[in-house]
Design a binder for this molecule. Structure first.
Ligand SMILES: [Zn+2]
Ligand SMILES: [Zn+2]
Length: 349
């Protein structure tokens, strides 16, 4: 089968590799679409970081070279020993991690903290290929009214849902969302579906326009006097919650500055730089800082509901659909442009 195989830093090769052989309780899934995520680009330019590269992952036994791609929708084409034949033809998305199910985190439902966690496309062959194999119990069926292109956003929607649940907003809260990329736009929509007031902040005017269209109550360009404007919007109280989806060098500071005393800051970005920080600004106003990593299975199920009910709309974030062989030259190239004019490019292997 055709696959894009990650060998190392700036070394991804278009290859013909054997189709996956199924193990007990696994499915063979034909990939319908796999989204290109900023993480894929980071692994290409700066990696390997999160891709299993020194020791093989304990649960999958895999390390590079491996097939990347983690925002996957597909169709079940084979089951182990032809068990559960009724599953053939079902459209699915992945709950994209395999975990040990033994450790204290797994047992308490925090599977995203399992020390042996294997994420698809990082520790096991992923979606930039014609097929992949994946455990039955870690797949979620897509309802008939949800098409595969839209369902390809279930992974970022799960990440966004996990972050919103961490923020735990109350009905009259005002939440500022820093960054109006894919995760930011989805977070805005989830908050609006809960009737929360949202301020969207981004340096890109086009992204702010989409944020507005998707329900943001206020939009602020990052060149503006953000603190003053937020003071006016919140009647000098500050936001109840600030969510950083941008991962910029100054965005955590912006969150702390614009959140109210005893407010909450959620960090749902991966930071390129190690930031110096005035921790007294957190101590003195008793601000809570909470990290949000990935998602659990309940987030994937909620994501599918949010997408199927159109509480989260993603059509306008499908910037292009390309062939597998165009992934680097067309897809990655557009994602790496300084003035990135896109949200998601879907690869259709
Ligand atoms: Zn992603
Ligand atoms: Zn575990």
């Amino acid at each position: 089968m055709k696959a894009m195989v990650y060998y190392g830093n700036q070394d991804i090769r278009f290859e013909n590799i054997p189709e996956p052989k199924l193990k007990q309780s696994e499915l063979k899934i034909q990939v319908d679409y796999c989204g290109i995520c900023a993480t894929d680009i980071e692994e290409y330019i700066y990696g390997p970081n999160f891709i299993s590269h020194q020791e093989p992952n304990k649960l999958t036994g895999q390390k590079i070279p491996l097939v990347t791609g983690h925002e996957i929708t597909g169709t079940i084409v084979e089951t182990f020993n032809n068990q559960n034949p009724e599953m053939i033809g079902q459209k699915v998305v992945l709950f994209g991690t395999i975990t040990c199910e033994q450790c204290s985190y797994c047992k308490s439902g925090m599977t995203n903290q399992c020390p042996d966690m294997a994420t698809v496309g990082f520790c096991k062959n992923g979606g930039f290929a014609e097929y992949l194999s994946w455990p039955i119990k870690n797949t979620v069926t897509i309802p008939k009214n949800l098409n595969s292109k839209i369902a390809a956003f279930s992974e970022p929607t799960s990440v966004a849902h996990h972050a919103v649940m961490k923020s735990n907003p109350k009905p009259d809260d005002i939440v500022s969302v820093i960054g109006a990329g894919t995760i930011g736009i989805i977070i805005i929509q989830i908050l609006k579906s809960m009737n929360i007031k949202v301020i969207s902040i981004d340096k890109d005017k086009n992204k702010l326009n989409l944020a507005k269209k998707m329900g943001a109550d206020w939009i602020l360009g990052s060149d503006e006097e953000i603190s003053n404007k937020i003071d006016k919007i919140t009647n000098y109280k500050g936001c109840d919650i600030a969510i950083d989806c941008a991962g910029g060098s100054n965005t955590p500071k912006l969150c702390v500055e614009t959140v109210k005393t005893s407010g909450k800051v959620i960090l749902v970005a991966i930071y390129g730089a190690k930031l110096g920080f005035d921790f007294n600004s957190i101590v003195s106003r008793e601000i809570k800082i909470v990290g949000s990593l990935g998602y659990n299975k309940i987030d994937v199920e909620s994501a599918i509901e949010l997408l199927a009910s159109k509480s989260v709309k993603v059509e306008e974030m499908i910037s292009d659909i390309i062939q597998l062989e165009q992934m680097i030259d067309v897809g990655f190239k557009r994602m790496m442009k300084d003035e990135k004019d896109i949200y998601r490019i879907l690869v259709s292997p």
